[in-house]
Design a protein around this ligand. Structure first.
Ligand code: PMP
Length: 412
């Protein structure tokens, strides 16, 4: 396998060492092939909001498998999950299931271009929208981790249609729409950036973006692949009260199985084949096993679940800040619910430039210090630390105690 992995950041290349091979996950814990166990703060990069092997999800998956793993035709769990998502997220009037977040974002962009008859895309530095060509310039996640500003293999012509702006910079946003408004098909944004560490939107920023898209007839796409059903049931759009035209989903809606989805305004979604001329399809899309897992996961996300996530995540945030301060290490923590971003930085982190300017020598040391003491943080400083409802106060206590020692090692 290339780099020993099926996706780059898993390689541990950014933090030193070799990739961990996991054999078991239960609740908040994972066990590797060498028999070591860790409290898991990666949670499969976000999907496992209920932790590993959630009993109701496992039961739903087994039940679905016994009824047939794939039909390539509509099924009842698919219908139920579609109804559920449209019921929870008011801006999603119609939905299409796909197999990954990457498929969701690339399809949403094609749809926006089909709807507007325009070509230009506005996107934001440090956001990651999967690995389709148009999104692979100045992106976050693995590209930031491995310092690949622009992926190789992109056609040079693409640059002409892509406008990449600094996140949280209202002035540049206004300028871009003033200069190109009539040609902009879509603006795509992670409403809470989770691929340059965690960077929340500045107050009013998303509303300003919404207004500019309205004034210019551009489609506003929220990529809620991470934030959807994670920061609150209705996602970032519910939290900040800003309604996008299209929403990209993934991760949590699959309950740990491969699922993505995009949805939004009915008049826009109606353009997708077979209702309209924008083509997009998938052999395994809406797979019944994955749909059953997603349904079983969403069914368990009630107010209690989010209060628990909030309390545990606040405990982790406070514990990290306190133990870093006691060791004389400067850190900044950005947190929205159970999305936690840790930066070895002195001041605020409001955009990709700030995230990149934080200390990237210290993070690998800190990561190793935690790993050696049984806590598994993402093997890159540009990723989100996730908690699940399966985490406990004592899990977090243990991690904070380990962090206290790891910070001291970093300082020394
Ligand atoms: N959008 C966002 C915001 C993501 O974080 C990711 C993946 N981390 C994607 C899209 C792509 O999803 P996938 O890896 O399922 O293709």
């Amino acid at each position: 396998m290339v780099g020993g992995v099926s996706s780059p950041v898993r390689s541990f290349k950014a933090v030193g060492g070799t990739p961990l091979f996991f054999v078991t996950g239960r609740g908040s814990r994972v066990w590797d092939a060498d028999g070591n166990s860790f409290v898991d703060y990666v949670c499969s990069w976000g999907p496992l909001i209920l932790g590993h092997s959630n009993p109701k999800v496992v039961r739903a998956v087994i039940g679905a498998v016994k009824s047939g793993t794939s039909f390539g035709a509509p099924t009842l769990p698919e219908l139920a999950l579609a109804r559920k998502i449209c019921g929870i997220v008011p801006s999603v009037e119609k939905v299409r299931f796909v197999n990954s977040g990457t498929e969701a974002t690339m399809s949403a962009l094609r749809l926006a271009r089909g709807f507007t008859g325009r070509a230009k895309l506005v996107k934001f530095e440090g956001c990651y929208h999967g690995h389709a060509d148009p999104f692979l310039t100045r992106a976050g996640s693995g590209l930031a981790t491995f310092d690949i500003p622009d992926s190789a293999g992109l056609p040079a012509s693409m640059g002409a249609d892509t406008i990449t702006l600094a996140f949280n910079d209202e002035e540049r946003l206004e300028e871009a729409f003033r200069a190109h408004g009539a040609e902009i098909a879509a603006a795509i944004i992670e409403p809470i950036a989770g691929n340059m560490g965690v960077v929340p939107p500045a107050p009013g920023y998303l509303r300003r973006l919404r207004r500019l898209c309205d004034e210019n007839g551009s489609v506003l796409i929220f990529d809620e692949v991470i934030s959807g059903f994670r920061v609150s049931l209705g996602g970032a759009q519910e939290l900040y009260g800003v309604k996008p035209d299209l929403t990209c989903m993934g991760k949590v809606i699959g309950g740990g199985l491969p699922v993505g989805a995009y949805g939004g305004r009915a008049d826009v979604m109606r353009l997708v084949a077979p209702e309209g001329p924008v083509y997009q399809a998938g052999t395994l899309a809406g797979n019944p096993v994955a749909m059953a897992a997603g349904l079983a996961a969403l069914d368990q996300l009630d107010r209690r679940a989010y209060s628990k996530l909030e309390a545990l995540s606040a405990q982790l945030e406070e514990g990290l800040l306190d133990s870093a301060a006691k060791s004389g290490v400067s850190i900044t923590v950005n947190r929205v619910g159970s999305m936690v971003g840790l930066f070895f930085a002195k001041g605020e982190v409001r955009n990709f430039k700030d995230a990149k300017a934080s200390d990237h020598v210290l993070y690998p040391k800190f990561h190793r210090g935690l790993l050696e003491r049984g806590s598994y943080f993402p093997p890159s400083a540009f990723e989100t630390i996730f908690l699940s409802t399966a985490h406990s106060v004592s899990d977090v206590n243990r991690t904070v105690a380990s962090a206290r020692i790891a910070f001291r090692e970093v300082a020394g």
